[in-house]
Design a protein around this ligand. Structure first.
Ligand code: GAL
Length: 875
């Protein structure tokens, strides 16, 4: 999709970019198979000082384009490290290796590690992400390619990627979330076989969440003529934006890799970008044509200006529209196109107000955001456009308009999606700097790599209109070292501004205080949990650990000129469809075995009142924000449940933080956010479910999430009273309801007028399955996906809320089952399994095509139940 307007399709464009995703051979070993190592590392001390070949001095040179001061650039030593390793050799027989297609995440198929003393524990998702992976494939290059530059573009490889071509070490890039380019040209064989061998090395204890393993994003081969636009070589900034016109500034960097003198004509046109078709629309402006004479190799930068009249502005949904433009740059030598390069961008004005928050095109936009980790649930870290699109679509139905890329650069296509769907983005790069959070995290390479990683990150992403802020770090340990830490923040801040002076820099602070030096170095302030307060409500009083009062007012007072927002709020916890009694009387409490949690079943009550020790319920967060209306908004921790970090139960596999579970099914909390973030939706959502044979006669509180301000609850037709939400209340509660089977019904009112109603009834025994696909027409390409939901129903067609029947998927026709899930953080059935227990009545199957047009029949069956089926067509 990134290449929807793919220039590689145009043979006259001079630039060819082809996917290298298919036909890889792959092997992973848990232990080092080859004595190669990027650098000495605490977890592989057995290699230190032995026959190990340390490749760092050779790899560092790959960073040079992103190191500003020439004296800090790296000279590659002589030698051919690794050339003795059979895996890099052209004639090595890799037939016994696995056949894989990228994006590929070697760990996601499992099996899960369960119990204690396992190589990868709950924090990193209990999946085998560690170890060394080797990837090999041949690359087609032709005699006609001679004279061109041949680049390898890797969008992300987890981690410590090192690349050989035809047995020669080309280079590499350690940070697993970085996109990078390597120049293959010196090692290419234009008249025969070209063998690429890529080694990735994923340490244990390298992350606080599931990192995935391997080449988990797209890989491209880019061929350009000796004169071309540089990698990420354009930078578009818009200014003087009015209804009538906008100034567009474009910086273009050209590179020349030959010594002959050449005169190059450069022309850039601006077209509307048609999001629906992913193609160029009408031409709306052009930059002045200009000519450059180059007589030697090197890089040259030019800045140009033009005006777009009556610009169609980019703005976030729902109040605005995400209009886009594409600048098409053509380089010609003697009327022959030698390069064509496209830059998508948007025209918009961001204003960062300390009193009003974020203004987009003059209009205040409250940030209703979520944090998202990079995994896509059951398909893991392997990036997939459809799976990411589905996440954004689900978030939209919740009213979400912003994403924080916690805590690392996303796949480039995700930013194309946020541009096109109209989400605001806080784009973040690091979770740690020099001070570590885990033994083998980024701190090991910070000194060498912070600059190239940061510069390449900004250059890659700075044309995306959806990005409104850069975050240089999340809760870094340097917050605790005052001046020393602030000095590091300043270095990073200044690098960002050299690459993009137009957007503010922030770093998320869960500890730094208004009187410290750290926040002074940041352009806008983003707090984690400190805004609403940490462990400061009565129910948290018994906890040890830092207690912080709500700090919005103090930060606002100390920095009256800075926009203040929350980059992490809530850290509320729940398991979908699980309710525990008694229910908290208050509005927020830490979870434990006597309060909303069960450490045996590994579940947390979905009354949505419970949080991590340092967290708060959404209700408490909303109240803090409404008391401090200058706050620009929040990013909830987190949007979806994600793999790893299963607070409070580290024996589980995935988190409990999302209002949406790992399978993408909404929890009750989804409707609480929806009621606040999408007040125009006539919503009414009742919890808990109403099938409690063991609770007859017992108090069973009923809560309702609704955008209305009054609600009346009926049990079997009897009114249980009308409630009105007062200021700083966000839910309707009837806490003394005595359970009896039958029907609960709520009727809500907004300003006295009936608004929305809902009901929940006692259901019967599981009898049948209903199967429904989120999309019944998909592309056959094997990349497009259909997410198929299976519901366990009673004979009357109502979902059986606690059903846990074992469900088996059968897929016939031109499709395959990719994975299954049920959203239970404690389900250790491996994701590729076709039989999985329903959880709270639901199971998910993910289906893809096999490359052939036709029809896919998906059948779900379970012992004793009537099966269900759905059909998906592929084109
Ligand atoms: C924050 C951290 C997040 C996540 C969250 C929930 O402190 O920044 O990455 O760990 O807590 O535990």
């Amino acid at each position: 999709m990134r290449n929807a307007v793919s220039l590689s399709l145009d043979p006259t464009s001079g630039r060819v970019r082809v996917s290298l995703n298919s036909n890889w051979r792959f092997q992973r070993t848990e232990y080092n198979p080859d004595q190669l190592v990027y650098d000495t590392r605490p977890d592989i001390s057995y290699l230190n000082g032995s026959d190990a070949q340390v490749l760092k001095p050779y790899i560092l040179a790959s960073a040079n384009d992103f190191i500003k001061d020439a004296s800090n650039r790296h000279e590659r030593p002589d030698g051919e490290p690794g050339s003795n390793i059979t895996f890099v050799k052209v004639n090595f027989d890799d037939n016994s290796w696995e056949n894989v297609t990228l994006p590929h995440d070697w760990a996601i198929k499992g099996p899960f590690y369960t119990g204690d003393n396992v190589p990868v524990g709950g924090g990193m998702g209990r999946l085998p992400s560690h170890g060394v992976g080797w990837y090999r494939r041949e690359v087609d290059l032709l005699p006609a390619d001679q004279g061109k530059r041949i680049y390898l573009d890797i969008d992300g490889a987890q981690s410590y990627a090192m690349v050989w071509l035809n047995g020669h070490l080309v280079g590499g890039w350690p940070y697993g979330y970085a996109s990078f380019r390597l120049d293959l040209t010196p090692y290419v064989n234009f008249n025969g076989v070209n063998l690429l061998a890529i080694r990735v090395d994923n340490p244990k204890d390298s992350s606080r969440w599931y990192p995935g393993g391997g080449i988990y994003r797209n890989v491209w081969l880019t061929k350009v003529e000796p004169v071309a636009v540089s990698h990420w070589g354009t930078y578009v900034v818009t200014d003087n934006v009015t209804q009538g016109s906008a100034t567009v500034k474009m910086v273009i960097q050209l590179e020349k890799n030959s010594n002959s003198t050449q005169i190059i004509d450069i022309a850039t046109d601006i077209h509307e970008f048609v999001t629906k078709t992913g193609s160029r629309g009408e031409k709306v402006a052009q930059f002045p044509r200009f000519t450059r004479s180059f007589n030697s190799s090197g890089k040259r930068t030019t800045t140009q200006y033009t005006t777009v009249s009556k610009p169609l502005l980019w703005g976030p949904w729902s109040a605005q529209r995400p209009n886009l433009y594409v600048a098409v740059t053509r380089l010609c030598i003697q009327n022959q196109t030698v390069d064509t390069y496209e830059t998508q961008f948007g025209i918009r004005i961001f204003e960062y107000s300390s009193s009003e928050g974020l203004l987009v095109n003059g209009q205040k936009v409250k940030i209703q955001g979520v944090n998202n980790h990079h995994d896509l649930g059951a398909i893991g870290a392997a990036f997939n456009v459809r799976a990411a699109t589905r996440q954004l679509e689900i978030l939209k139905t919740m009213g979400c308009n912003a994403i924080r890329m916690s805590h690392n650069p996303p796949a480039p296509e995700l930013l194309d999606l946020t541009d096109r769907l109209g989400f605001l983005v806080m784009n973040e790069i690091f979770d740690s700097w020099q001070m570590n959070k885990t033994k083998n995290d980024f701190h090991l390479i910070f000194d060498d790599w912070h600059e190239p990683d940061l510069r390449s990150f900004i250059r890659r992403d700075r044309n995306h209109p959806s990005i409104f802020a850069w975050s240089i770090g999340n809760e870094v340990g340097e917050q605790y070292t005052n001046e020393t830490g602030a000095a590091v923040a300043k270095v990073l801040h200044d690098i960002v501004h050299e690459e993009d002076p137009t957007r503010p820099v922030t770093a998320s602070m869960n500890y730094a205080k208004p009187y410290m030096t750290f926040p002074k170095e940041l352009d806008v302030l983003s707090l984690n949990y400190q805004g609403e307060g940490i462990r400061d409500a009565p129910a948290y009083a018994h906890l040890s650990g830092t207690k912080t009062p709500p700090l919005y007012p103090d930060f606002h007072a100390a920095f009256p000129e800075k926009l203040l927002m929350t980059s992490e709020s809530a850290a509320a916890l729940s398991t979908r469809g699980t309710y525990m009694f008694p229910v908290l009387n208050g509005t927020s409490a830490p979870v434990n075995d006597t309060s909303g949690g069960n450490s045996t079943t590994l579940r947390v009550s979905a009354y949505e009142l419970y949080s991590a020790d340092f967290g708060s319920s959404p209700d408490k967060v909303f109240s803090a924000q409404d008391h401090n209306p200058y706050v620009a908004g929040e990013f909830v921790w987190s949007g979806f449940d994600y793999l790893g970090e299963p607070t409070p139960y580290y024996t589980a596999r995935s988190s409990y933080f999302g209002p949406i579970d790992l399978a993408g099914f909404p929890k009750d909390r989804f409707y609480l956010y929806q009621s606040r973030w999408a007040p125009e939706i006539k919503s009414a959502h009742i919890l808990p479910h109403w099938t409690w044979p063991d609770r007859v006669g017992q108090v069973t509180p009923v809560h309702v999430f609704s955008s209305a301000n009054e609600a009346e609850l009926f049990l079997n037709g009897r009114s249980l009273g009308k409630r009105r939400k007062t200021e700083y209340e966000y839910r309707f509660r009837w806490d003394t309801v005595v359970y009896e089977p039958g029907e609960l019904r709520v009727v809500t009112y907004k300003n006295g007028t009936e608004w929305a109603s809902a009901s929940k009834r006692t259901v019967g025994l599981a009898a049948k399955l209903r199967v429904s696909a989120d999309r019944t027409d998909i592309a056959a390409d094997g990349l497009d996906l259909s997410f198929v939901k299976v519901e366990v129903l009673d004979k009357d067609g109502h979902v059986v809320p606690e059903a846990s029947n074992s469900i088996t998927f059968d897929v016939e026709g031109v499709g395959k089952l990719v994975a299954t899930d049920n959203g239970d953080p404690a389900d250790f059935t491996a994701f590729p399994e076709r039989t999985r227990k329903a959880f709270s009545g639901l199971v998910l199957g993910i289906i893809k095509g096999t490359g052939v047009a036709g029809s896919i029949k998906v059948t779900a069956s379970a012992p004793g139940l009537q099966s269900g089926e759905a059909t998906v067509q592929t084109q």
